[in-house]
Design a protein around this ligand. Structure first.
Ligand code: ZN
Length: 323
């Protein structure tokens, strides 16, 4: 069957023709030093009609591993589609990225500012522009995050339970885990759901860190999604998944029952038995030893890598059942 030629795409009043590669600037505000900053949007269009996939990262400015995944998609040319269009925004919260911080300069969390407003706080304005000018062009969104602070996430996709279309996509992405989690109010994911744009939220690694296993998982999953949509160039190979993603339907954080120096004994992603030692907390003088044990058999899909913790700090995120 002959492929249909694509139509022009209109973004920021610019017409981008089928077959074109373009870089536009998402930025509409300067730094407080009156210094202009660029927030590049990289658009790659095939000559042939097809779906549009939006890849975003850096909604939280310190979640560098997500930025690295989208960077690799661009750098390796994976974003040049066989059919359709890809739109890549490696860093949305450029202010946070400059300072290696999660939030915007006024302390607002962009991922709690959706769908945004035209005249609200800066984060709300960014959310508004994203939702009104870019997301409407997309048939699918993939948004890349990491664990916050020192909490290292095993690579996983977050979707709402019972969403068959997202379950299918998440299964194709084939991260080690699929976590059922409710959409947070005012999040990008919730705003996409409300407008009917399927979105996969990827979590992997921790903030201000790059881990090659996490990056590879994100890149390979993206390739599998593009391949599924018929968009991946044939020069790229898609690895056959060795096993399906483990679905985590219910999970619980295990918290520190004492303050002190903390060391985890398990690797992120491990399957542990009930009663198994997960880590221990000591005082700096060698007198106190608290062992942290698993309450049930389950997968440890987030491990806190902080060397010092306070009582009540979240240490391990575990599934409460297996399978
Ligand atoms: Zn995040």
């Amino acid at each position: 069957m002959a492929k249909k030629k694509g139509k022009p795409l209109l973004l920021f009043k610019e017409e981008i023709l089928p077959g074109e590669s373009r870089e536009l600037n998402f930025s509409f505000v300067k730094l407080h030093t009156n210094t202009p900053i660029d927030v590049p949007i990289i658009i790659e269009r095939s000559l042939h009609e097809g779906p549009t996939v939006l890849f975003t990262a850096g909604i939280h400015g310190d979640e560098v591993n997500g930025v690295e995944i989208v960077r690799q998609l661009v750098s390796k040319g994976i974003n040049k589609p066989k059919i359709g269009t890809t739109i890549c925004i490696p860093i949305i919260n450029i202010f946070g990225f400059l300072q290696k911080l999660r939030d915007f300069p006024d302390g607002r969390d962009l991922n709690r500012s959706f769908p945004g407003s035209k005249k609200g706080a800066l984060a709300a304005q960014v959310a508004y522009k994203l939702m009104n000018e870019i997301v409407p062009l997309a048939d699918y969104c993939l948004d890349f995050h990491t664990g916050g602070s020192s909490r290292f996430n095993a690579p996983h996709i977050r979707i709402e339970k019972g969403d068959d279309a997202l379950t299918e996509l998440a299964t194709i992405f084939n991260a080690p885990f699929i976590l059922h989690s409710k959409n947070l109010k005012k999040s990008f994911r919730n705003a996409c759901r409300k407008r009917g744009t399927p979105m996969l939220l990827f979590e992997g690694g921790k903030s201000n860190s790059i881990d090659s296993v996490v990056s590879n998982t994100g890149v390979n999953g993206s390739k599998r999604i593009l391949n599924h949509l018929g968009m991946l160039q044939s020069k790229f190979k898609v690895s056959v998944p060795s096993k399906p993603s483990v679905i985590i339907a219910n999970s619980k954080w295990i918290r520190a029952h004492a303050s002190g120096m903390f060391k985890a004994n398990v690797k992120v992603g491990a399957l542990v038995n009930r009663g198994e030692i997960l880590g221990h907390i000591t005082d700096p003088y060698g007198k106190v030893h608290y062992w942290i044990k698993a309450n049930n058999k389950g997968y440890v899909f987030n491990v806190n890598e902080a060397p010092i913790v306070y009582q009540g700090d979240a240490l391990f995120h575990m599934s409460t059942q297996v399978g």
